[in-house]
Design a protein around this ligand. Sequence first.
Ligand code: ATP
Ligand code: MG
Length: 211
Amino acid sequence: MVVRAFAVMGGTFDPVHNGHLQTAREAAAQLGVDKVLLLPSRQPPHRASPGRLPEQRLAMLKLAVAGDSRLTIDDRELHRAGPSFTVDTLESLRKEVGCNVSVSMMLGLDAFALLPSWYRWQDVLRLVNVVVLARPGAEDLSGELVDLIAERHQPPSALRDIPSGALTRVQTTQLPISSTLIRTDLEAGLSVYGSLPTAVIAYIREHHLYV
Ligand code: ATP
Ligand code: MG
């Protein structure tokens, strides 16, 4: 019997923005889970290390989730040396919660499209459910992923009763916001008001990030 259900969302969060936050909240509501663990990555395997220090990205995340009990931060990847492989993180989470708890990993469509290139991605699918979030501008999926969706798809509300191995797609409010766009706008001296929480903007200004 599934005793409990929660969701996770990994990312570099350089910086965290309303695309992450709003989408995670809306998707959690559709899944019927009341907790989303945000998992900042120390060293993403597929891209250059984030320009901001782990502690700066963590500080911004803490400001972003303050006052929202649905969103919590799990910083285990920041304490692990080497590339932050998601499979290692999920195995460590599973050891803590056991195999009966439903764990659903949220991935934007852009990130989902790259899933087959992840280290031990088949094991990732054994460890968690996958929730694919629509994202503006995201590319088409490979045949392999289209097949995966066809084989494993369940309605969003079904996932909280399935510990792992299922997949769902959720349609949330489409926010054309990305950390890349925010970094570019800040470097150009443009306003990013409305794209991320004001407390995070204040932190960015105070610490002279992205200039
Ligand atoms: P960058 O531009 O640096 O890649 P990002 O905005 O894509 O940053 P990430 O930290 O890479 O943010 O993303 C973490 C997760 O959140 C990924 O699964 C990504 O697809 C998802 N995500 C980020 N922004 C959105 C958005 N606006 N809508 C839906 N999903 C999003
Ligand atoms: Mg990204």
